[in-house]
Design a binder for this molecule. Structure first.
Ligand code: GLC
Length: 537
């Protein structure tokens, strides 16, 4: 049991809360242009708050030519007319706050749009004072780029600039020139951008491409790709030591944290695809880095099976520095949806996993409905990453609100920017709210169960050894209250001995509706694909 530790600081909202990612183009279109917008989001806030989540993270809403759908920013301190106005954003933030929802924006510091005035100046001449805000280099002769660095979207990361006779670097599309983070002016400008939004009441940032911000000044070639360990990201044909996780990048994470700490109660979340030991370094040696370096272990693993999940969770728990707060992600706008990766039934189990593991969960819009990827006909593919063979469009399709025209995403007659799912008439918010067996009903129950059972939020984590394969089970415990989560990822039904968690308990949530009541933990039957949350006596 033990007395509560009165010296421990109260947990922050981003530790106890659940984050919900909205891809603004695809959530709700209020004006009929086929692209979602801020007013659309505002009109759907009751739904979001009703889910029981605590914060929304908006993918970029800034002025942009949309070469990478907003991740190419032409003005860091305004809103693109496609999404609305600054006033609309202020109104959305006020409406969200009134419902107890925080608002997190996407910060994209690695690159701007080539339409940004900074880049116009930089490319105007070699001696322009902004030249060095971007990364320019001479070629190797005969039109060959400076080195073998590749764009993460495929092809060389260098674009020739005829007017000034040098190449500029773009780790993504050529419409996204990389900013030079070794230039103090760039740092100051981006920190001012942060303050601009924090002053407006934004609750934090998800920082795009944080792990690639600083580039090696030697500009040497990257070595060829080594075989990947389980869970590591594989992009392109080369390792990326020349620009991946340079020591200066961690220093920038600390500087950003210092800015955000000028304000109360804000959070920084980082997009970082690195092996565990290097990922957790972004918490900072004194926990003075970012609060939540995104943990993509469940996203990048090629197999979501019981054994691999246990290995991922246990390794992550063991790697976390003292005092660092964990977090989990199942999907985002860059990867196939969970229902497509593991199928609709297993996606229910994965949802139970995400919402019961120790740490802050981030939910991708539509995953609560069990939305799978939509097959996009080749002529309708719009993602710039498709050039490298990996279109992300299928995971970005319009939210399915109801069985009406355009699934309630946009007015009748509007043309959504990406096709709707063929099954939207059955799989939508209205239908799922009415169906106690729906993924949405399970999702809402899980969030309620989190609220009602403190160990699921702040309790310790311990995985269980189980005879036979297929099952992943763990115990969450706090102040003598114990909750068991048992997930059968296997193909067969089984009767598990989970006596190590306790003798008996009561089911508080089940992926299938027909399970409730008391259970004997030494002989716990679990169907294939079945998951249970049990309050242990
Ligand atoms: C991040 C974003 C992705 C974008 C890329 C370039 O990985 O999540 O959508 O294309 O950065 O900004």
């Amino acid at each position: 049991m033990g007395d509560p530790d009165l010296s421990a600081p109260a947990p922050a909202w981003w530790q106890t809360g659940v984050l919900y990612q909205i891809y603004p183009r695809s959530f709700a279109d209020s004006d009929g242009d086929g692209v979602g917008d801020l007013r659309g989001i505002a009109q759907r806030l009751d739904y979001v708050a009703g889910l029981g989540v605590d914060a929304i993270w908006l993918s970029p809403i800034y002025p942009s030519p949309m070469a990478d759908f907003g991740y190419d920013i032409a003005d860091y301190t305004d809103v693109d007319p496609l999404f609305g106005t600054l006033d609309d954003l202020d109104a959305l933030v006020a409406d969200a706050h009134a419902r107890g929802l925080r608002v997190i924006l996407d910060l994209v510091p690695n690159h701007s749009s080539d339409d940004h005035p900074w880049f116009a100046e930089a490319r105007a001449s070699r001696d322009n004072p902004r030249r060095d805000w971007y990364i320019w280099h001479d070629g190797r002769g005969d039109g060959r780029p400076p080195n073998n660095w590749e764009s993460l979207f495929g092809g060389p990361a260098w674009e020739w600039d005829e007017a000034t006779g040098q190449f500029y670097l773009h780790l993504f599309s050529r419409k996204q020139p990389d900013l030079n983070w070794r230039n103090p002016g760039v740092r100051t400008a981006m920190y001012d951008v942060m303050r601009f939004w924090l002053d407006r009441g934004i609750d934090g940032f998800r920082i795009d491409v944080l792990w690639l911000l600083v580039k090696d000044e030697a500009f040497g070639d990257n070595p060829p790709l080594k075989p990947r360990a389980e869970g590591e990201l594989e992009v392109g044909r080369y390792e990326m030591p020349a620009f991946e996780d340079l020591p200066e990048t961690r220093e920038i994470a600390r500087e950003m944290r210092a800015i955000s700490d000028e304000y109360d109660d804000r959070v920084l979340i980082g997009e970082i695809y690195l092996p565990l030991e290097r990922l957790v370094a972004y918490y900072g040696e004194q926990l003075d880095g970012i609060q939540l370096p995104f943990n993509f272990g469940l996203v990048t693993t090629p197999r979501l099976a019981a054994e691999s999940i246990r290995a991922i969770v246990d390794a992550y728990e063991a790697a976390l520095p003292e005092g660092a707060w964990p977090n989990w992600v199942l999907g985002n706008h860059d990867v196939p949806r969970i229902a497509t990766r593991i199928g609709p039934e297993r996606a229910r189990l994965a949802q139970m996993l995400l919402l019961t593991l120790r740490g802050t969960p981030t939910v991708y819009y539509g995953d609560e409905l069990g939305m799978p990827d939509v097959k996009i006909p080749p002529e309708l593919v719009v993602d710039p990453a498709a050039a490298g063979g990996r279109s992300r469009d299928g995971a970005r399709t319009p939210m399915q609100w109801d069985a009406g025209p355009n699934a309630g995403f946009a007015h009748e007659g509007a043309q959504p920017w990406l096709p709707l799912a063929p099954d939207f008439a059955e799989r939508n918010v209205a239908a799922e709210l009415a169906d106690p067996r729906s993924p949405l009903a399970l999702f809402r129950t899980l969030l309620r169960v989190r609220d009602e059972h403190a160990p699921l939020v702040l309790g310790s984590y311990r995985s269980l050894d189980i005879e036979g394969g297929g099952l992943f089970a763990f115990v969450r415990e706090q102040d003598g209250e114990r909750v068991l989560v048992a997930l059968n990822f296997g193909r067969d039904a089984s009767v598990a001995d989970l006596g190590a968690a306790g003798a008996a308990g009561s089911i508080v949530c089940a992926t299938g509706l027909d399970r409730e009541g008391r259970v004997d933990l030494a002989r716990l039957p679990l169907g294939a694909g079945e998951g249970l949350v049990v309050r242990v006596d």
